[in-house]
Design a protein around this ligand. Structure first.
Ligand code: B12
Length: 286
């Protein structure tokens, strides 16, 4: 009997996220069969045709074993250094081409955001802190990055709308908005309807947005807090509002406040990879 592969298995073979496989299958780029229950199933020629057309380097598929995603994580080697220079010395189009080149080679978006962009910006922060970069350099880099992240969404065709809605923003006096921009773009690519509120939001405004839009998911990003007590109080209020409107609340970002922060949300994470896993579990694609 012909061996058929699930979306998850094909994702492991190609080294991409399962939702990308479902999106390509739905757009017809990756051929598949549908079971009577609506599940996508792939045979070897579906997978080989797609891999050849889009230059994915995949192992030979033996009939007995389905290869799992490589144990060895992808390494960006000198790419962080190259991106660092591009962010400071070139424009958003060059930055976009550079970032996109990894996506085109099949590197998952979450890996690009967590393991290339985030460490590169950390390096910019270290250079600023030690005086090797000035504030204007940091601003050039931040805006080049933000513009390229927005442009990236135009290059990646989003999944068919999944009927889910998210509200994304930063609480209080938070100016760091790149994390939440990334999060909202990831959701859009996954087919979500996203209300993007940006930085510096009073808790009342975020709560108001929840009441108006009645989202399934609320995402908040935190990097720097002038007053942790106020921040925690705001998170507590926001969590109450989210629960009242039956939305899940995710708090992301590098800020280390204290152990209490994870009590006022459904998920506390510092990575995009983790959020994919959380979304797959809590909002499975039909
Ligand atoms: C760019 C930058 C700025 C820019 C921000 C521009 C903008 N529009 O966003 C500007 C110039 C405004 C700025 C201002 C300040 N900054 Co600043 N800034 C940075 C820098 C260099 C990069 C931050 C960044 O964008 N990183 C890249 C993103 C992608 O990373 P990320 O946010 O962590 O997001 C990742 C994950 O955390 C996660 N994630 C994030 N959010 C979310 C949300 C959800 C829902 C999920 C699931 C995941 C998720 O996904 C992302 C991908 O992995 C950092 C350096 C660093 N180490 O981070 C300093 C840094 C954060 N800044 C710092 C400081 C001190 C400041 C200022 C106080 C400086 C000043 N004296 O004015 C102000 C604070 C302003 C304020 N009230 O917020 C310090 C903070 C130290 C601390 N924690 O106490 C840092 C660490 C620099 C340093 N080395 O000292 N900054």
């Amino acid at each position: 009997m012909e061996e058929l592969y699930s979306s998850k298995q094909v994702a492991d073979i190609l080294g991409v996220n399962e939702s990308s496989v479902k999106r390509w299958a739905d757009s017809g780029d990756l051929k598949c069969f549908k079971t009577p229950g609506g599940h996508r199933k792939f045979n070897k020629s579906h997978i080989y045709d797609f891999a050849n057309k889009y230059s994915y380097n995949i192992p030979e598929l033996s009939s007995l074993s389905v290869p799992q995603q490589s144990e060895i994580p992808f390494s960006f080697n000198g790419s962080i250094e190259i991106l660092f220079k591009k962010l400071l010395n070139s424009d958003e189009k060059e930055v976009l081409e550079f970032i996109y080149s990894f996506y085109a080679r099949g590197i998952p978006l979450y890996t690009i955001f967590d393991d290339l962009i985030k460490p590169c910006m950390t390096k910019i922060g270290e250079y600023w802190f030690s005086g090797r970069l000035k504030i204007d350099d940091e601003h050039v880099a931040s805006y080049n990055l933000m513009k390229s992240i927005i442009l990236l969404n135009n290059k990646i065709s989003p999944a068919i709308p999944n009927g889910l809605k998210a509200v994304c923003g930063c609480l209080g006096k938070e100016n760091h908005e790149i994390g939440i921009l990334i999060m909202s773009n990831v959701l859009k690519i996954e087919g979500w309807n996203v209300v993007f509120l940006g930085s510096n939001l009073p808790v009342e405004s975020l709560s108001r947005s929840i009441k108006i839009h009645k989202p399934d998911l609320v995402c908040v990003s935190t990097t720097y807090t002038t007053n942790p007590k106020i921040f925690l109080k705001d998170m507590e209020k926001l969590y109450e509002t989210s629960k009242k409107y039956k939305a899940k609340l995710i708090l992301g970002g590098e800020n280390r406040i204290n152990a209490e922060e994870s009590r006022h949300c459904d998920k506390r994470t510092k990575s995009i990879k983790e959020v994919y896993d959380y979304l797959n579990e809590n909002f499975p694609v039909k």
